[in-house]
Write a protein that binds this ligand. Structure first.
Ligand SMILES: [Zn+2]
Length: 323
């Protein structure tokens, strides 16, 4: 997969690696969908490759073959276990143990964190020691879209690599190549909704998320008797975190529209109400963000909190039609 906006980062990382100036724990940060994971994976392959050809891993050595088949004995990916909400301390202890072994293939071992900020406090403390006293040839590649949630002690021991969405027009060109079957209008809309992050926009368009978002907007703006019906809430809570995110996204666009920000590219601009009290919309937006966090932690019944949110939204919409 070619991600042109990562080129400059790949060049810089390659140069630092060649000069022996790349710290043993790069922290790749940036919003969702800008390619953190892809860059981290490339870096891991490049570090482990036995005969890199210039900037790129060779793709042919034993190490590259093992990476391609997903069986490299010196590469360890750390992610949130399926039955958990965060990365537990045992996962870090396991990683540290493995990172201390002698590499089986080349001279390096790489541990990669897909979501470093998902470490719980104990896990982060356990990792800190390894960051302070790295074993020779041991690399940790961390990714995070919420680096502020990482302890400062961890952040200060990592080398920051900050990714940003590419300029809107070049992101649009890339997206056109990836989703040529989608009309330009919808591609631009998805890109705005994804905050300019190309991979997030592509995911939206390819996985029916864009349509889902439109349906959620429809529910918000069209008065419908069954708005708070059990069926709707049932549907919404199947992916509660995703629903909350859509609610937050639409509310941001409504606030932007009222303020006249970026109106040229606002998707569904004509459908967004402009006469809602901004303070109230902002409060509902904060509740949606809070809902998303709570959905991630699995602590609250989502149908109840979504229903409560929707009731408040409805009251707001009704007060407007009465004015
Ligand atoms: Zn190779």
């Amino acid at each position: 997969m070619s991600l042109p906006w990562l080129e400059e980062h790949m060049n810089a990382l390659h140069e630092r690696l060649q000069a022996g100036r790349l710290g043993h724990a790069p922290l790749i940060q940036g919003p969702e969908g800008v390619g953190k994971r892809e860059l981290a994976r490339w870096l891991a392959e490049r570090i482990l490759c036995l005969q890199p050809s210039g900037r790129e891993p060779c793709g042919q050595c034993r190490s590259c073959e093992l990476m391609a088949s997903g069986t490299h004995p010196d590469f360890f990916a750390v992610d949130i276990p399926e039955d958990r909400q965060s990365i537990p301390v045992d996962a870090i202890r396991g990683l540290i143990e493995k990172m201390q072994l002698t590499p089986s293939v080349g001279a390096a071992r790489v541990g990669m964190f897909v979501d470093a900020d998902a470490m719980n406090r104990n896990a982060a403390n356990a990792l800190l020691k390894t960051l302070e006293e790295p074993a020779p040839g041991a690399w940790l590649v961390l990714c995070s879209d919420q680096p502020a949630n990482l302890p400062a002690t961890i952040r200060s021991r990592c080398q920051k690599v900050a990714l940003r969405p590419p300029p809107f027009e070049s992101a649009g060109q890339w997206l056109a190549g990836e989703c040529g079957d989608v009309g330009e209008h919808n591609r631009r809309a998805a890109l705005v909704l994804a905050g300019g992050a190309p991979l997030a926009a592509r995911w939206m368009l390819k996985h029916g998320e864009f349509e889902r978002g439109l349906a959620i907007l429809e529910t918000l703006v069209e008065p419908a008797a069954d708005r708070r019906s059990g069926k709707l809430l049932d549907e919404w809570q199947q992916d509660a975190a995703g629903t909350w995110q859509w609610l937050a996204r639409w509310l941001v666009l409504m606030m932007n529209r009222v303020r006249g920000v970026g109106s040229a590219d606002l998707p569904m601009a004509a459908r967004l109400p402009t006469d809602l009290p901004p303070g109230h919309v902002a409060r509902l937006w904060e509740q949606a963000l809070e809902g998303r966090r709570a959905a991630g932690s699995g602590s609250v019944r989502q149908d109840l909190s979504l229903g409560k949110w929707l009731l408040e939204w409805e009251t707001l919409m009704e007060s407007r039609s009465r004015r």
